[in-house]
Design a protein around this ligand. Structure first.
Ligand code: FAD
Length: 399
């Protein structure tokens, strides 16, 4: 079982009937949508909030190809719901590898337009904070008043109108992509990184598409040692084949050799191919690329919009300074925990059960590492949560 193991002071087994329960789902990404579909079937009164458009994070990295095949990114229940309401809809083959945009267009958007989900989705409505009505954080998690007090959500819609709404259960499926990590030594911000933040690209840039002109022929620093950095570096190397003035400095804390750790016998060949290609570029210094291992970032100073950057790093203890046109910091993302700072919630957690009764952090936000989180894991996690809530779970904690 993926999520078993961690012992909290056990929340009591839910003793309510779904029909009388108001469930707020935060985030209309793939996990939030699947949660909503299952919850509607179980009879909950569901409302889904998303601060952006549907599956907004995936929309933002839509040009990237998923490394898991379509069949593993979807559920039987989701496919059935789509085909029931949109009989002529054509889905990709289960073994097809689609981009984020194709996944959104062919599965997530049609799913959101089914009769089960369409009426309960509130798009462009951000959840700002969550509390328990009438209680502060200082009331202990085990205090029975917590389980009995409804959640109070502070929300803001696209007209900037703010309001409070009450719910009995909350699923936080807000992902991590909205909030980047910092690029500096030890995970804190580098000198001047905060004032340069708006000029640094932290997401997955569409280098071979909409952002081609912005990067072609430029000197670019890429910071990071994960699959996002690997994707960026491989795309920049392709760009450099067409625009030979493009020059890439890849800075990573990884040791000499291969910057991207490869998973032994990786079942996802596309992911392994990406790691292998990026490692080979780093090793051979091809594609107008210099790889600088063991490099911690000390400073990122932007000289003004489109005026370039000064980047200072310590490479194996030696200071090195670069003056470049662009900086891409693919240093990962972190969950927004301020949403539930008035509740008793711990993430990452190996268990979906939280000390806070009836509050669940699900999807990639619950994972200790976004880079290895899989949609399949999120869907399995939902099965376990609904089994727990309905009392079907055989888990000793739910008994
Ligand atoms: C580039 C990339 C490629 C990936 N490729 C794969 C792959 O091939 N296979 C795989 O299994 N996994 C992959 N993943 C990992 C993971 O499956 C995805 O990140 C997936 O999108 C996670 O789904 P989610 O529903 O948990 O969160 P998200 O898709 O991140 O959705 C969160 C939603 O919450 C909304 N939101 C955020 N804050 C608020 C708020 N305060 N109020 C209201 N709404 C809010 C956002 O707008 C967003 O729509 C990849 C991840 C990335 C970044």
């Amino acid at each position: 079982m993926l999520w078993a193991g961690k012992l909290f002071s056990a929340p009591a087994k839910p003793k309510f009937k779904p029909a009388s329960q108001r469930l707020a789902i935060l985030g209309a990404g793939p996990i939030g949508l699947q949660a909503a579909l299952q919850a509607v079937r179980e009879g909950y009164q569901v409302t889904v909030y998303d601060k952006g458009e549907l599956a907004d994070h995936i929309r933002q990295w839509g040009h990237v190809k998923l490394f898991s095949p379509f069949g593993l990114n979807t559920t039987e229940m989701g496919i059935e719901a789509i085909l029931r309401d949109h009989k002529d809809h054509t889905l990709p083959q289960p073994n097809e590898f689609v981009t984020g945009t194709q996944f959104r267009d062919s599965y997530l958007i049609p799913l959101s337009m089914t009769s089960s989900l369409d009426p309960i989705l509130k798009m462009k409505t951000e959840v700002l904070a969550i509390a328990r009505t009438g209680l502060f954080h200082s009331t202990a998690a085990e205090d029975p008043r917590r389980a009995n007090a409804p959640f109070r959500l502070h929300i803001r819609d696209d007209k900037k109108t703010e309001s409070f709404v009450e719910f009995d259960l909350v699923f936080d499926c807000t992902g991590t992509y909205s909030q980047h990590r910092w690029a500096g030594h030890g995970g804190i911000s580098a000198l001047n990184e905060r004032s340069s933040e708006n000029q640094i690209a932290y997401g997955l840039e569409d280098i071979l598409g909409t952002r081609r002109a912005y990067y072609a022929g430029k000197s670019i620093i890429v910071i990071g040692g994960g699959y996002s950095a690997a994707t960026t570096v491989c795309n920049l190397a392709t760009l450099a084949e067409e625009h030979s003035a493009t020059w890439v400095f890849w800075l990573s804390q990884a040791a000499k050799g291969s910057p991207i750790p490869r998973i032994a016998n990786d079942t996802f060949r596309e992911r392994d191919r990406l790691a292998a290609k990026a490692n080979s570029l780093a090793a051979r210094g091809e594609g107008n690329l210099e790889y600088h291992p063991q490099t911690w970032i000390e400073e990122i100073t932007c000289h003004g919009p489109d005026k370039g950057f000064r980047v200072v790093g310590k490479c194996a203890g030696q200071e090195q300074v670069w003056e470049v046109d662009r900086v891409i910091a693919n240093v990962g993302y972190r969950p927004n925990t301020s949403l539930f700072s008035e509740l008793h919630v711990q993430i990452p957690s190996s268990d979906f059960r939280q000390p806070e009764p009836n509050f669940f952090v699900l999807g990639c936000k619950s994972a200790s590492s976004d880079r290895t989180f899989l949609l399949q894991q999120g869907y399995e996690q939902l099965e376990e949560v609904f089994a727990f809530l309905s009392g079907r779970s055989s888990s000793p904690m739910a008994a």
